[in-house]
Design a protein around this ligand. Structure first.
Ligand code: F3S
Length: 454
């Protein structure tokens, strides 16, 4: 790869061992991708902390190892930790970071991030350890890991939707984000530029402000190659989830342009659409004529070329997709209703609060709603949390059932308003899933039964 003087200096250790390893990782990654150079990025979203039992065990083992051996036998940077308590506190966490974020078996001390870096969702909600099935020890370990990340400059947004709580990339901004639903949203709706990165590449980007210049950072791969013509009105969140699920299944990782919209979607609708498309397929970018910034016209989205394939989406496609998403739903007794995939907006919490106010969650059912911590603070302030909790539901943050693999004990049947979660939960936990509208889900929570719409 072609490196600038700045990149060579980082690679050669000017900014310390961790940054050198980050550059080395990015160079190897870029070479494997065929990238010729790097783009600069000041906006990274990744996973910095250790919230899984495996990482905790790994870190604790490394920490014990470091305490047994004198500092002289460890890397010089570790030995240079500020004081003994710092070493004891952070050596295990540095070990996790070195191994899992920088692909380095040697433990290096990790400096502050250079790029504006945001943390994505976690493996559990630390505010609800009992529901998440995690011990106080794990929560305590996570808290240390979070404090370390914050000290090193990472913004603890802890959500799959950073764009709704303080990290809203601008049009054309080069980013390095992971989390498929967030990637497809910022690429498509905001016109930012990112590929779907991983834990290692985002961590290296946090320390270097660099990411390989390939894929959706370039102009050509961002053009649509296939097209969808709509024959029906796409209006509700459910409609958008179904269209996304159908489209992803068809296009896989191709870029599609959608034409024929009769109603303008808002943020929650586009959030659900992209999340569904990136679940049934590998969609990281889409265009919608008249809605997304690179599709003022169909011709613009296609770069003046004809689509290699054109498909129509109508009532039949919608019905078939609906049946496919609901394929695992058999029993009508619902044990658990999960809302908030991707994490709910304040508008969606407001809607849920209005739907459930004055009602009660059925004694055989549970209702959990997932949202970013910052949105939960707004819901608290607006009284929505009180309404939902009074009804017997819970608002949780930082994670979700698919990420945490946590559902109420004994759950066999779930109800969801998210095509993405309906795609993953049966596969991950072997439960049955019903997919429908938010109103249907709230009804299921309050009656304990799934009503099939006529
Ligand atoms: Fe977010 Fe979990 Fe869905 S992390 S996109 S709520 S699977």
């Amino acid at each position: 790869m072609r490196l600038t003087d700045e990149e060579k200096a980082m690679r050669d250790g000017r900014d310390g061992e961790a940054v050198a390893r980050a550059m080395d990782l990015l160079i190897r990654y870029g070479q494997a991708l065929g990238a010729e150079d790097f783009v600069e990025t000041r906006n990274v979203c990744g996973t910095y902390t250790a919230s899984t039992p495996f990482m905790r065990d790994f870190a604790l083992a490394k920490s014990r190892e470091s305490q047994k051996n004198p500092p002289s036998s460890q890397s010089s940077s570790l030995a240079a930790a500020q004081d003994a308590s710092d070493l004891q506190d952070e050596s295990g966490l540095d070990a996790v970071y070195s191994e899992f974020n920088l692909d380095s078996t040697q433990v290096v001390s990790v400096p502050k991030v250079k790029a504006f870096s945001s943390h994505l969702q976690l493996g559990f909600d630390p505010h609800h350890p009992v529901e998440m099935g995690v011990t106080p020890e794990i929560v305590q370990f996570y808290r240390r890991s979070e404090a370390m990340a914050a000290r090193r400059g990472v913004q603890m947004l802890n959500t799959c939707t950073p764009y709704q709580v303080g990290n809203l990339p601008t049009y054309g901004e080069h980013c390095a984000w992971m989390e498929s639903s967030a990637v497809v949203y910022i690429n498509s709706v905001l016109g930012a530029r990112t590929n779907c990165e991983g834990r290692e590449s985002t961590s290296a980007a946090m320390l270097t402000c660099r990411i390989p210049n390939w894929g959706y950072h370039l102009d050509e791969p961002r053009l649509a190659t296939v097209a969808v013509d709509l024959d029906i009105t796409i209006d509700s969140v459910e409609d958008w989830g179904l269209l996304g699920y159908w489209m992803g299944d068809w296009v896989q990782d191709q870029v599609a342009v959608i034409d024929g919209l009769r109603a303008t979607p808002n943020m929650p609708r586009l959030k659900h659409f992209g999340a569904a498309a990136s679940s049934s397929g590998g969609v990281e970018l889409f265009h919608i004529v008249g809605v997304t910034p690179d599709a003022r016209s169909r011709e613009q989205a296609l770069g003046g070329r004809k689509p290699v394939e054109l498909r129509r989406y109508g009532a039949r496609e919608r019905a078939e997709t609906f049946a496919r998403i609901n394929a695992t739903g058999k029993d009508r007794e619902v044990d658990y209703v999960m809302l908030g995939c991707p994490h709910y907006t304040i508008e969606q919490i407001w809607e849920a609060a209005q739907l459930i106010e004055g009602r009660r969650v059925h004694e055989n059912c549970a209702l959990w709603i997932f949202t970013p911590g910052a949105i939960k603070a707004m819901a608290d302030r607006n009284g929505y949390t009180r309404i939902i909790e009074k009804a017997g539901g819970k608002i949780m943050t930082d994670s979700c059932s698919a990420m945490s693999r946590a559902v109420p004990p004994g759950t066999r049947v779930v109800a969801l308003d998210s095509a993405k979660q309906a795609h993953y939960l049966p596969a991950i936990l072997g439960v049955q899933a019903w997919f429908g509208t938010t109103a249907q889900c709230i009804d299921a929570a309050c009656t304990g039964r799934w009503q099939v719409m006529a």
